[in-house]
Design a protein around this ligand. Structure first.
Ligand SMILES: Cc1cc2nc3c(=O)[nH]c(=O)nc-3n(C[C@H](O)[C@H](O)[C@H](O)COP(=O)(O)O)c2cc1C
Length: 205
């Protein structure tokens, strides 16, 4: 499938066939593609938690405002952010470079984020959003459907996933087989001219 086709045919699906299963190999293939997404400084802030246990899925459904996608989809992924990822042996994010370059980049990362936790969080969330979209486009190309989700009880979800300190959920992605008619009507988009600007906002002062 062409990328354009995948972009145009993806839709947030809320009704999945609960009897459909995705093999372990295919789950791995989708996550292998998701982890190719770009990330700020190549930090790869994401940790993908594949939620497989039925009882945990039911508990997660309650924590995600009762949304049925959680239990009905074939693959449910929490994209978790490590907010301290920038400070965890950062030279390894540059292990494809000579060691002295990798060390220099690591020092730059630490200088960049140290004392600017808000920026570390923003960059981590931006990067996880790109991972989520990469995962959803790969899913569409595989003939499957997806739903991005971020309505959840943060405290309960943290408990259920036993998140380590400094980790938060960026969002969830539910993946599976769409039930017929489940992605209609297709969501509209604002007019092109409202969302695309040339050079800057507003007339000159
Ligand atoms: C960050 C984010 C969070 C979302 N959370 C939910 C959610 O919790 N439940 C849901 O059904 N859809 C959720 N959506 C899907 C949006 O409602 C959907 O993408 C939007 O209405 C546009 O529709 P489309 O994706 O079908 O084009 C979310 C989307 C994003 C990007």
């Amino acid at each position: 499938m062409k990328v354009n086709t995948a972009i145009l045919s993806r839709a947030a699906v809320r009704a999945f066939d609960p009897s459909h299963a995705i093999s372990a190999e295919q789950k791995r293939e989708l996550l292998e593609l998701a982890r190719r997404a770009p990330s700020a400084w190549n930090i790869q802030h994401w940790r993908f938690v594949l939620i497989e246990n039925d009882e945990l899925r039911q508990q997660m459904r309650d924590a995600v405002m009762g949304q049925p996608q959680v239990t009905d989809c074939s693959m449910f992924v929490a994209i978790v952010v490590d907010l301290e990822a920038w400070n965890r042996s950062p030279a390894r994010y540059f292990d494809f470079l000579p060691d002295d370059y990798a060390q220099a980049y690591a020092a730059k990362i630490q200088e960049f984020y140290n004392g600017r936790e808000w920026l570390a969080r923003d960059d981590a969330m931006r990067s996880c959003g790109l991972a989520a979209q990469t995962l959803m486009l790969a899913t569409t190309a595989a003939g499957l459907a997806s739903c991005p989700m971020d309505l959840f009880d943060e405290e309960r979800v943290s408990q259920l996933l036993r998140l380590p300190a400094g980790h938060v959920v960026a969002m969830f992605v539910a993946i599976g087989k769409a039930l017929p008619g489940s992605n209609a009507p297709k969501a509209s988009r604002l007019p092109y001219d409202e969302v695309v600007l040339i050079d800057r906002f507003g007339a000159s002062a």
